[in-house]
Design a protein around this ligand. Structure first.
Ligand code: BGC
Length: 760
């Protein structure tokens, strides 16, 4: 088939109305909406080298140079059909040129896939993912992902390596910034929302991109919070805590997954037949694309489960890994292996088909150039609406952690403000880890925003003496504390996650002036900052909030925005007090604050964390009414219950409350967590307004991973609790489950329908 025939347009309507000319009838088998059989026909025409080529993902270039660095030798690989996809490439025009080489100069003209880590924005950079989760509103994350897809697809990209859905309960792990925090239920909602945002309803639309949900399956459980370390966890913990967001992403239709770097109980994920082939592919029935992480196939040797690159290639293919990201192991080893072993050839064919299918689903066989429209690229990048959405979402991600004496919000007439701390002036940091094509000049940082909003601002970067002098001369101090962007992200694990000594000294000296101190706490992880809680009058959890970070914080400081973000992960009191998550098992000696009692706790500090999961204050106040159930008893088989709680804004300002629904199964066949999130809803309330928030749960939401190795809904009572945080429960009710049933997926991955009706 001459490659140019790929370009033949095949409007379906015209095809239906008129007999096709011969040339069009010879259009490559994989035309728009190509049937599986057509891809089979294409596969049948491929040489082994061309098949392997589809599984090879190469790096297009570094940073800004991108594919402009592609050498003639590299282009020859494309011409020979030995590359299936590129990562870290971008640009409508350069990628059109590269795609043209694949489509017009290779024997079969199979289009390339172009991928990048578009994680929290492409050019319009949104809050880092952990901060997006702090909105407790998956619609916000969906919107951010949607805008990222619009921009990335206009820059020629088909595929993002996101969302990162690793549940993370050890904030020493640097990659905690990339995910949605510690909870599988919250994480599932955010995973599904982001997949929907990236992929939209139609993957073949020119403004949607394929999601690459990562890093399957227990990367977040890396031991000691050390990146790449083994996850040595029970099957129950794997199923109940780490896998649900991946399951939710599958339900939302993720077109691809990436495997984790680490090993699970000694078996490296990228060669883990049980995890990838038995669980993901067979048990979940996932037939989409699976790619390795960066050189992770090659790394099977370093893990010590492959003695050679060939063994590594074989292990990964057998486990079900379709694409080798960057490692070149498939490129160099797979052809010989497959030609010597029909079983491997069969696996190779299956993997190739999965790659071809996503290319078809993205519409690339119909129009390989539909993502390469330079005019669209220029029009959508950092569009005003995108920036406005970045601001809106940044405001919604801010968490008011502490507000003693109502020091916040500041009055417009606040007088002189001393703005202290280098982070206030660090625009680059606000782009966070994975900034795609985010630009420092797009960022409005705290200093710029505060100076623009308020006349009497004195800025001091650091240095105790100057800071104290500025504080003395001011009416109020805004102190930027925390971590810059480079402290979180891949390979950025730290054993100490407290404030650096210099910042502790600064805080102590400034607080000693007696001036009101408002700490703006930045960073991409929960920090162990008891000094901040102890010395600052108010603390705003301000993460790394993207290009509109400064305006979002300033509007919050002055009360133009009323903070309603909630912590998606526990803030510990000490670096040594991790991992810690709110959904602990009770143990035989449940934790108490009584130091003399022998309970599951440390002796040298309170067991309660600094700020609990779900914590976040407001400039207004809320009252909870009683929790009511529409029935007291449900059947384990198909039963549903609607849980309602009225919430009233009892304060003077409009504000959002995040109503959180928790459950506890007090007596079960296995010990159950003291609390588990099973519903949440962010509601906007005017002063005096009441809304009744309702959640509809099914019996499956109460299932547990039983000793029999199945999801079981057990009979008995379930305690239901509503509150404004995991440590602020305001209303309780009890539900009875009758009978027993087997559920087919993890309860945390199942969405809960919720609503907020006006009035009681
Ligand atoms: C990271 C992945 C990322 C990939 C490509 C790896 O080092 O672990 O999350 O998608 O690089 O950039």
């Amino acid at each position: 088939m001459p490659p140019r025939l790929w370009k033949v347009a095949l409007p379906l309507l015209a095809a239906a109305l008129a007999p096709l000319p011969l040339a069009a009838q010879q259009t490559p088998a994989a035309a728009p909406g190509a049937a599986e059989a057509d891809l089979d026909a294409l596969l049948a025409r491929m040489t082994t080298a061309e098949k392997v080529g589809q599984l090879v993902q190469r790096m297009g270039g570094r940073q800004r140079a991108l594919n402009s660095r592609l050498t003639p030798e590299e282009l020859d690989l494309v011409r020979r059909g030995e590359v299936g996809s590129y990562l870290h490439v971008a640009g409508a025009e350069p990628l059109r040129a590269l795609q043209r080489v694949a489509v017009e100069d290779s024997r079969l003209g199979i289009p390339l896939l172009f991928a990048m880590d578009v994680v929290h924005g492409y050019r319009t950079i949104f809050p880092v993912p952990l901060a997006l989760a702090a909105t407790w509103d998956p619609a916000d994350a969906q919107s951010a992902a949607r805008i990222a897809a619009v921009e990335a697809s206009a820059a020629g990209l088909h595929w993002t390596f996101a969302p990162m859905v690793d549940v993370a309960r050890d904030p020493r792990w640097g990659r905690v910034v990339e995910g949605s925090g510690e909870d599988p239920f919250l994480g599932s909602a955010f995973a599904a929302a982001q997949v929907r945002g990236f992929q939209g309803a139609d993957l073949s639309a020119p403004d949607t991109i394929m999601a690459g949900t990562k890093h399957f399956g227990a990367y977040g459980a890396a031991e000691g919070g050390r990146d790449y370390a083994v996850a040595d966890i029970s099957e129950r913990t794997l199923r109940e805590t780490y896998l649900p967001p991946f399951e939710a992403a599958a339900e939302a239709g993720t077109a691809s997954y990436m495997t984790a770097f680490n090993a699970l109980g000694g078996v490296p994920t990228t060669g883990n037949v049980e995890l990838l082939r038995s669980l993901l592919r067979h048990e979940w029935g996932y037939d989409g694309l699976l790619l390795s992480d960066w050189r992770a196939i090659e790394e099977l040797q370093a893990h010590g489960v492959a003695g050679s690159r060939a063994e590594a290639a074989k292990l990964a293919l057998e486990a079900g890994v379709d694409i080798d990201m960057v490692g070149d192991v498939y490129a160099q080893e797979l052809a010989a292996l497959a030609e010597a072993d029909p079983a491997l050839m069969q696996l190779l064919d299956e993997a190739v088909l999965r790659v071809l299918r996503v290319k078809r689903d993205l519409g690339l066989f119909a129009d390989p150039f539909q993502y390469h429209d330079a005019a669209r690229e220029a029009a959508v990048m950092l569009a005003p609406g995108h920036r406005a959405e970045a601001r809106r979402i940044a405001e919604r991600a801010i968490v008011l952690l502490r507000n003693e004496g109502g020091v916040l919000p500041l009055a417009k007439t606040a007088g002189r403000i001393a703005l202290i701390g280098a982070l206030a002036d660090d625009a680059f940091s606000q782009l966070g880890s994975w900034r795609a094509r985010g630009q420092i000049e797009d960022v409005v940082d705290l200093r710029a925003a505060l100076e623009a909003a308020h006349p009497g601002v004195t800025y001091v970067a650091e240095g105790v003496e100057a800071a104290v002098a500025a504080a003395r001369a001011a009416d109020v101090v805004v102190l930027a504390l925390g971590e810059d962007f480079d402290r979180t992200g891949e390979a950025r694990s730290f054993a100490e996650i407290g404030l650096p000594q210099a910042q502790q000294d600064l805080l102590a000296a400034v607080a000693a002036t007696g001036k009101p101190v408002i700490a703006v706490l930045m960073g991409g992880r929960p920090l162990a900052v008891p000094e901040v809680a102890g010395q600052a009058d108010a603390v705003l959890g301000a993460w790394l909030l993207g290009i509109e970070a400064g305006p979002a914080v300033v509007r919050t400081l002055f009360g133009e925005a009323n903070p309603a973000g909630r912590l998606p992960a526990t803030f510990p009191r000490a670096s040594a007090a991790v991992p810690y998550a709110y959904d602990q098992l009770p143990s035989g000696r449940p934790a108490s604050e009584d130091l003399a009692a022998d309970t599951v706790r440390w002796r040298d500090q309170p067991i309660a964390p600094l700020w609990a999961f779900g914590h976040g204050l407001s400039y207004t106040t809320f009252d909870y009414g009683p929790l009511t159930l529409d029935r007291a008893t449900i059947s384990a088989i198909g039963g549903t219950v609607t849980v309602s709680v009225p919430v009233t804004n009892t304060g003077p300002r409009a504000g959002d409350e995040v109503v959180q629904l928790y459950m506890r199964d007090p007596v079960a066949s296995v010990s159950r967590p003291v609390l588990q999130l099973r519903g949440f809803r962010r509601v906007a309330l005017e002063p005096g307004e009441t809304r009744t928030v309702r959640f509809t749960l099914s019996a499956e939401h109460f299932a547990l991973w039983a000793q029999a190795g199945a999801w079981i809904v057990e009979p008995g009572t379930i305690e239901l609790m509503a509150g404004s945080a995991s440590d602020a429960i305001h209303a309780r009710a009890t539900l009875t489950i009758e009978g027993e049933n087997v559920a087919d997926r993890s309860p945390a991955s199942i969405p809960v329908e919720s609503g907020a009706d006006v009035g009681h």
